[in-house]
Design a protein around this ligand. Structure first.
Ligand code: ADP
Ligand code: MG
Length: 530
């Protein structure tokens, strides 16, 4: 007997389902499954359940459904609503993979797919329909989907359903279904609006939540890099190149950015694509399939396009731009390290956004480590080591026999060192070419939100530390502790002040500047690189 499935057996699930779980490699119930499965199997009440993305909510309702529904009942017994087409497909697939030997038909229906195909499947007799609200309403109106006999209705990703404005649709659907049914709501977050929704739609219901601190996030190595906006792309390429099996999502803020990113990556030679809300359904499925099969290993996406996608084993999630709020940070990075596997989450921050990282850390109760971007030399070194490893592996496996005659011929003509070096150039010149990389300027780490000012007075003018402080404070109200890094030279001086104050100082000095004279204080030119 499989000890693995014992942890699921206690729920009273059938042997066929336990076998399906074992095949899927589920070793133990996730916390949300632990809490909801017994409740759904034994109780009768409605339910609202909240747990972070990637915590197995689908199986949390899917397993009880499979166990509770009657095979070959001859009518639709359960209706699952999801906010997007991808989720409809994914949820249907997940439930299908869990059903063991049960004679249950599970069908996704969603906008964008031909009605005829869906009609054909609906006609064959369906037990569980997983659909997007719009298309479900269409089918109900056309009487091609009869929901008069359903015993379970599930709102999956309820928060997203709210965000996407599906509430009226959901209400319409609820009204078309029998009074006597269970309604289950699953959601990644629990804003007040979700509770209000539950108050309206659910009867006597139980509330189940799983605390935020989730091993998914804990397992994810979280790093941030400080990079100027213009250097972000270069930084991204370096990060991708450091990881031999890079498989990641790049989160962008807008559709346009997503598209630009996908194209830029492709022109730089990566297998990449992009995903956003304007892409046709056929194309989306295509892209997702390629990504799942790792024919492309980099996908630039918006939050909405990526939400709820179940893609396994991502090595990286990259926040090319900071997410809007800590919650979406947690959601995004939840895409790596799903179901117990670790991953890396990388966030780019521009020097002026630096403080927001602290905010995310506090709210999401997580730790994000600052690191230095790899230098071009680091990358070349690493690639060189990989080439060496590759060669050693071939030698180890004696995987070179076919090439011995050619090697022999070459050796007859030239010395081995020359041949080998030429071979390396032939194979790797592109990969080891430093000029593939562009320079990234170091953002001055001490100058977070600070401006360096040049003051046209120095020691010869009798400038002292106190003199400088007084000079500045005569024009603007500023705490002297905020005036930092004062340097006094013969004929001029420098100070650092916070950006807002710097603007103020510059304007007041400009105002009091005498006609025809150079201004006393100006913004310092960036120091020349040494
Ligand atoms: P959610 O709906 O909470 O975002 P999903 O239901 O999409 O999460 O599940 C995320 C992934 O975790 C899926 O690939 C699923 O097969 C897997 N998974 C779910 N439950 C378990 C479990 N008990 N053990 C291992 N993997 C699981
Ligand atoms: Mg889900």
């Amino acid at each position: 007997m499989n000890p693995t499935s014992d942890l699921f057996r206690k729920f009273g699930l059938g042997e066929d389902i336990l076998a399906a779980l074992a095949r899927k490699g589920f070793e133990e119930p996730s916390p949300i499954q632990e809490k909801t499965i017994p409740m759904l199997l034994e109780g009768k009440t409605d339910l609202i359940a909240q747990a972070q993305t990637g915590t197995g909510k689908t199986a949390a309702f899917g397993l009880p459904l499979i166990e509770l529904l009657k095979p070959r009942a001859g009518h639709v017994q359960a209706l699952v609503l999801t906010p997007t087409r991808e989720l409809a497909i994914q949820v249907a697939e997940e439930i299908n993979s869990l059903k063991g030997d049960r004679k249950l038909e599970i069908v996704p229906i969603y906008g964008g797919q031909a009605f005829s195909e869906q009609l054909r499947r609906l006609k064959r007799g369906v037990d569980i329909v997983v659909g997007t609200p719009g298309r479900v309403i269409d089918h109900i109106n056309r009487k091609t989907l009869k929901v008069g006999g359903i015993s379970h209705m599930i709102l999956d990703e309820a928060d997203e359903m709210l965000n996407m404005g599906f509430i009226e649709d959901v209400e319409t659907i609820l009204e078309a279904t029998p009074q006597e049914k269970r309604v289950l709501m699953f959601s990644a977050t629990m804003p007040d609006r979700i509770r209000n929704l539950a108050e309206r739609f659910l009867r006597d219901y139980k509330l189940i939540t799983v605390a935020k601190e989730n091993p998914t996030v804990a397992l994810t190595d979280q790093i941030y890099f400080e990079v100027a906006e213009r250097d972000k792309f270069e930084a991204l390429c370096r990060i991708i190149d450091m990881e031999p099996d890079f498989y990641g999502l790049i989160f962008m803020r807008t559709r346009v950015e997503t598209e630009t990113m996908g194209n830029r990556l492709v022109s730089r030679g990566y297998s990449a694509s992009f995903l956003h809300g304007d892409i046709s359904q056929a194309q989306r499925l295509n892209i997702l399939e390629s990504f799942r099969r790792k024919r492309i290993n980099i996908l630039a996406a918006t939050d909405v396009a990526a939400r709820g996608l179940d893609i396994q084993d991502l090595t990286h999630v990259i926040n090319f731009a900071l997410p809007h709020d800590p919650e979406s940070y947690v959601h995004r990075i939840g895409r790596t390290g799903r179901a117990g596997k670790g991953g890396t989450a990388i966030t780019f921050v521009t020097p002026s956004e630096y403080r927001k990282i602290g905010f995310i850390e506090r709210v999401a109760r997580t730790e994000i480590r600052r690191e230095k971007l790899p230098s071009v030399q680091d990358i070349i070194e690493l690639k060189t080591r990989r080439i060496q490893d590759g060669i050693e592996e071939i030698i180890g496996k004696e995987d070179y026999i076919k090439y011995i005659p050619l090697a022999d011929k070459l050796l007859g003509e030239t010395d081995p060192l020359t041949i080998l070096a030429s071979m390396l150039k032939l194979s790797f010149q592109d990969e080891l070419d430093e000029s593939n990389y562009n320079e990234i300027r170091k953002p001055a780490p001490e100058n977070h939100g600070k401006a360096r000012l040049f003051i046209a007075k120095g020691k010869v003018d009798g400038m002292t530390l106190k003199g400088i402080l007084d000079l500045i404070r005569s024009k603007v109200k500023i705490d002297s502790r905020q005036i930092r890094d004062i340097q006094i030279y013969e004929r001029f001086s420098f100070v650092n002040v916070p950006l807002a104050e710097a603007e103020q100082i510059l304007t007041t000095f400009r105002k009091t500047q005498r006609k025809g004279k150079p201004p006393l204080v100006v913004k310092a030119k960036p120091a020349r690189k040494k």
